[in-house]
Design a protein around this ligand. Structure first.
Ligand code: ZN
Ligand code: ZN
Length: 336
């Protein structure tokens, strides 16, 4: 079967691998679409610190069931969305239902080989039936679930003023689900094209361009109070540190993006506000189901898919996605 492998940073090669055989309790699935995300671009450019090469990328996956295990709730032909966070099921986090931060987590396409291939075998608990969704939609559930999870973590209320820093795919996912919860959403980013996209396709009317005067704008939007909840989706340590100052008194700060460094903040400013600080990692099955329901209800715009390529063309075409001028929001790799 055709598989695209990242041998070393900057090199993607099409190879032929034997089709896998399912073990007990596993389903064999045929991959249909693979969403490309910032993590993949970092793996490709060599900026993913906890990863060994060679690696088959791909963790935003839809598939069709080819063979279901005995007594399964799945049947051959079902479209599924794959939960790529392979959790152990027995650590303390898993026992608390927090499989998204399992101590022994193995993420497809990061810690173990992922979906840029024709077939995978997976335990059936990581396959969610995507009835009523297209294979394109089913591949977009994962990145949207990261946004939905962050919004669920914040436990906001309708009418809250919410700021999202970073209008990349994850920031847009947070914006979409915060808006669906009834928040008044403002997005801040350094790229006008991304803010334009959010206005046009997600209906986010309030956008602020990073730069001189941005603090005054954020203050004006909130009558000087700043935001009930601030989400960071920038991947930038300086931006994360700056975001503490945009949280209202009694407000919440949710760190969605992860950076490989320490961050610091003023404790008097933090305490003065009685800030609630939260990390948000991956997503749970409930978040996946929440996203699928929003998709079935027609609340997720198809326009999020801006680029497409076939799996066989990935070695030649992938590097083009790293160019900001390409304006990629979500690229989908078509496998079958
Ligand atoms: Zn991703
Ligand atoms: Zn676990």
């Amino acid at each position: 079967m055709l598989t695209v492998i990242c041998d070393t940073p900057g090199t993607l090669t099409a190879i032929d691998r034997p089709k896998p055989v399912p073990a007990e309790g596993e389903a064999l699935v045929r991959i249909r679409r693979v969403g490309v995300c910032g993590t993949d671009l970092h793996i490709f450019t060599g900026n993913q610190p906890y990863l060994s090469y060679p690696r088959v990328m791909g963790h935003e996956l839809s598939a069709t069931v080819e063979e279901a295990p005995q007594g399964s709730r799945l049947a051959a032909g079902d479209t599924v969305s794959i939960i790529p966070y392979i959790s152990c099921g027995h650590c303390d986090a898993c026992l608390k239902g927090r499989t998204n931060c399992c101590r022994n987590i193995g993420v497809l396409g990061v810690h173990r080989d992922g979906g840029m291939t024709e077939y995978l075998c997976l335990p059936e608990e990581f396959l969610l039936k995507a009835d009523g969704l297209s294979v394109d939609q089913a591949a977009m559930v994962e990145f949207l679930a990261i946004g939905a999870h962050a919004v669920a973590r914040a436990r906001g209320r309708a009418g809250d003023k919410v700021l999202i820093a970073g209008a990349g795919p994850i920031g847009l996912a947070v914006a979409l689900f915060a808006k669906l919860e009834g928040a008044e959403v403002t997005l801040i980013d350094s790229r006008t094209d991304r803010l334009d996209f959010a206005r046009r396709h997600l209906g986010i009317a309030s956008t602020v361009l990073l730069g001189d005067g941005d603090v005054n704008q954020l203050s004006a939007i909130t009558d000087g109070n700043f935001f009930d909840t601030v989400f960071d989706a920038t991947g930038n340590p300086k931006a994360i540190e700056r975001g503490f100052g945009f949280v209202a008194h009694a407000g919440t700060y949710v760190l969605v993006s992860i950076v490989a460094s320490n961050i610091s903040f003023s404790d008097p400013e933090f305490h003065k506000r009685e800030t609630t600080l939260l990390g948000s990692r991956n997503a749970t099955i409930e978040d996946f189901e929440h996203v699928m329901k929003a998709m079935r209800d027609g609340k997720v715009p198809d326009a999020l898919v801006t680029h497409r390529m076939h799996l066989a063309d990935v070695p030649d075409s992938f590097a083009g996605l790293t160019d900001p001028a390409a304006g990629v929001v979500k690229a989908l790799v078509e496998v079958a």
